[in-house]
Design a protein around this ligand. Structure first.
Ligand SMILES: C[S@@+](CC[C@H](N)C(=O)[O-])C[C@H]1O[C@@H](n2cnc3c(N)ncnc32)[C@H](O)[C@@H]1O
Length: 292
């Protein structure tokens, strides 16, 4: 019988530590920064041109690094534009880090933050209860849809909040990713929490069905997971927990399954160079339009 593993999302502090260690070892932030600086200005041109005020929602913002990168780029392109940013993040430890980052970053007077320490689903519920009619220009959910109860409903709701020419940005893994291979490898023996099997291709199928227009972009990512292969290494175990989004993965599975899992991870999902084990995990960005 498959063993259920406890979701990493249920332990806010461990999530925070795991994601921080993962970020330090991953090229994801650099890839996102390149995408934001090099491609996003043109992608968002019709959304921001001529605007003196921009409304943004960030769903599952985490510690806010990507939010500030995106907002800084917009400010650089249009220094007189003011921004209202709704932050929707259910983990209070992450919101705390985001607020710390804001307080340590100079010259953010052009942004007015509204902090919502709730999930995307709770935000939707409150929005509908309060019969809110406000519209937004940019809504993003980077690496978040795995965790919502009904990804299609979440896309549909947030897309409905866009202004004309607004954009909804979603990043997720593509079909056939290393993460997908890992989950497939252990899926009949472990029950991993959340929609770990959701891919950008599922989102594309949904958007095609709804007749929504979109563009996609592949973003490269490698993560140095060398420490995960050192038995008993605390930081290695935390990074491993982030990879599977489960708490104490190493201690929760049998030693046979752990050995098989680590071998599969190393041989099927990684490259090795200069004594480092590098996990390959490109991801994809989808930009959805609101044409009318
Ligand atoms: C992988 S992190 C991504 C963080 C950030 N967007 C980034 O790209 O760096 C996923 C984030 O989604 C948040 N999250 C989990 N369930 C959520 C939900 N139902 N609604 C909104 N956010 C959620 C988590 O707390 C976490 O901060």
């Amino acid at each position: 019988m498959a063993i259920p593993l406890q979701s990493l999302l249920s332990d806010h502090k461990r999530y925070q530590k795991s994601s921080q260690l993962y970020d330090e070892r991953s090229s994801e932030n650099q890839s996102m920064q390149d995408f934001i600086n090099n491609l996003l200005p043109d992608i968002l041109a019709s959304t921001v041109i001529g605007k003196s005020h921009l409304n943004v929602i960030s769903v599952g913002s985490g510690s806010g690094v990507q939010d500030l990168n995106l907002l800084s780029m917009l400010h650089l392109k249009n220094p007189v534009m003011e921004v209202h940013n709704e932050v929707v993040e259910p983990n209070p430890t992450q919101i705390h880090s985001f607020k710390d980052l804001v307080s340590q970053t100079p010259d953010l007077d052009y942004i007015n933050f509204n902090w919502n320490s709730i999930s995307a689903e709770e935000f939707e519920e409150q929005w509908k209860e309060n019969k809110m009619t406000k519209k937004f220009d940019i809504i993003h959910m980077f690496q978040v849809l795995y965790f919502v109860k009904d990804p299609e409903a979440t896309i549909s709701f947030f897309h409905s909040l866009l202004n004309k020419n607004g954009k909804l940005l979603i990043s997720l893994l593509p079909d056939g990713s290393s993460w997908g291979k890992l989950y497939d490898m252990c899926s009949n023996r472990l029950i991993l929490a959340n929609h770990v099997d959701l891919t950008i291709d599922d989102v594309k199928s949904y958007l095609d069905l709804e007749g929504l227009s979109y563009e996609t972009y592949i973003l490269p990512r490698q993560v140095d997971i060398t420490q995960c292969f050192i038995e008993g290494d605390e930081n290695g175990d935390l990074v491993l927990d982030f990879l599977v989004h489960a708490i104490h993965f190493s201690k929760s599975v049998s030693s046979e399954l752990k050995t098989e899992f680590m071998e599969f991870l190393r041989t099927e999902c990684c490259d090795e160079a200069n004594g480092k084990v590098l996990y390959n995990s490109d991801f994809e960005m989808i930009v959805i339009d609101k044409l009318k």
